[in-house]
Design a protein around this ligand. Structure first.
Ligand SMILES: Nc1ncnc2c1ncn2[C@@H]1O[C@H](COP(=O)(O)OP(=O)(O)O)[C@@H](O)[C@H]1O
Ligand SMILES: [Mg+2]
Length: 250
């Protein structure tokens, strides 16, 4: 559903992404796991069509993003880590605006908006201005928007950051429900617990390269034991640097 083929992104002499390939199948939740600065957001912004790669290809639902950008983007939902929202719109107005960008209209769009607001427990807030929303509510509103046009694939950047347990639970349940409907989801995270709990397959990225991939069990056995938690595996693979906060150069 999402194919990433040998993606490279240079910033001057610095290589942020150094040849990443990924394959997200329909109905799969694939974890994109790595420490801060590993290249997750850069890769995801390229998949979403916001950033041009230095080289490599992205294919979404069979459409090459470089040659058929409209078809590729129509098949994709994107949930950024720092969402941009129009504070002076109500939740419903924002979703209508977003739906319009994807060619939705009329009663069909309004029914779908109501369905998504219900799913993300925002129905009571449909007529409220976005500026009154908490971080968690904004996050959920962005997710409503991302799923509105029934995308076949979704990329989501660090969805659990800053959420309370109830909000995190809701989002996990919705992702699972969407994957059961066949949506392929690529989800970045720097916390192993999130990947371990939610993902069928995990690709581990370090310094712009995929250093390991597999199911949770396969990655565990890489460290030599079925009983081992994934955390020591991750620390071993990343040379112990896994959880240190690397300050953003930006
Ligand atoms: N516009 C940019 N110019 C220069 N370097 C950048 C730019 N954007 C990101 N980087 C660098 O690329 C690397 C990967 O960043 P990013 O993709 O945000 O990592 P992650 O999302 O895994 O934390 C980091 O070292 C970051 O500082
Ligand atoms: Mg990031």
């Amino acid at each position: 559903m999402i194919q990433v083929i040998d993606l490279v992104k240079h910033y001057g002499k610095f290589t942020a992404v150094g040849g990443v390939s990924l394959n997200v199948r329909p109905g799969q939740i694939q974890g994109f796991l790595g420490p801060n600065g590993a290249g997750k957001t850069t890769t995801i912004c390229i998949i979403a069509g916001l950033l041009k790669p230095t080289s490599g290809h992205v294919v979404i639902d069979g459409h090459d993003l470089a040659t058929r950008p409209e078809a590729a983007k129509a098949a994709l939902g994107f949930i950024p880590d720092r969402p941009f929202l129009y504070e002076k719109l109500t939740a419903r107005e924002f979703l209508r605006f977003h739906g319009g960008l994807y060619g939705l209209d009329g009663d069909g769009m309004d029914r779908r908006i109501a369905e998504m607001l219900e799913l993300f427990e925002l129905s009571a807030w449909a007529g409220e201005l976005v500026e009154a929303f908490s971080h968690g509510m904004k996050q959920r509103l962005v997710m409503c928007a991302a799923f509105l046009h029934r995308p076949k694939a979704v990329v989501v950047d660090e969805p659990m950051v800053g959420l309370d347990p109830r909000g995190a639970r809701l989002i996990k349940d919705v992702f699972r429900a969407m994957s059961r409907k066949g949506v392929g989801i690529l989800m970045s995270t720097h916390t192993i617990e999130v990947a371990e709990e939610m993902c069928d397959d995990i690709s581990i990225i370090l310094q712009g390269r995929i250093i390991a991939r597999g199911t949770v069990d396969e990655l565990r056995s890489l460290a030599g034991g079925q009983d081992e938690q994934l955390t020591p595996v991750f620390l071993k693979l990343t040379g112990g640097s896994g959880f240190q906060e690397i300050p953003d150069a930006l």
